[in-house]
Write a protein that binds this ligand. Sequence first.
Ligand code: HEC
Length: 206
Amino acid sequence: MPTPRLRPALLTLAVALVIPACERAPAPGPLPTRWAAPLKLAPLTFFQGHCANCHGAYGKDYDPDSPTNTDAPKLQQMLREMAAAHAAETPLDDNDLAVQKSFHLAAVARRPFLAITNHTWPEPGEITGEATPGSQVELISAPARVSIPLHGHTFTIDAKALAQVRAQVTDEQWLQTKIVATKGSVQARITLASENFSASPDAPGH
Ligand code: HEC
């Protein structure tokens, strides 16, 4: 007779499902349990490896006035076709394409671009990322900020720099921690709790 034996098992399952739900509900803490997940594919390394030989280092030979730049579906399609033709061994998923699109729009608008490619957790950990060469990269959690050296297009924010900033700010300020890349008078920004690359406006110049 299977039924009587099943009942205690089902009861245990029900209890197991209900208790964690009750424990989770009342405690929405003010801090992220971790930063936003890093990108799976390092976008500038990908571009330099597969696209720069025809479009120039970091897209410097792209035409800033091409109509493709303001036609989002066309641009998406070009990126998809170019990636399939020139980087078939590294297939790009929709998120990778969105990141490449953002980088393309930053490149043609001569804006800096930022991406987070890895981090360790729990804090203070270490964060690695990419930024357009020639930008000044900073970790900012107002009022604290620390300058991060850029090597080519990659940077590492080590545990010491993170701890230095963390020690100077409140929980609320830490929650808003940003990485900022400044080139000339233009900035790219990432809020670590919610973003892993700098989004560009669809039409450059906004
Ligand atoms: C072998 C040379 C070559 C490589 C490598 C290459 N492209 Fe292209 N790409 C072209 C040419 C030529 C065009 C313009 C002709 C056309 O419209 O098909 C173009 C056009 C584009 C455009 C449209 C530009 C515009 O202003 O209309 C984008 C975006 C683009 N490529 C992205 C990429 C990306 C991303 C990669 C790397 C995955 C890449 N390309 C690799 C040659 C290349």
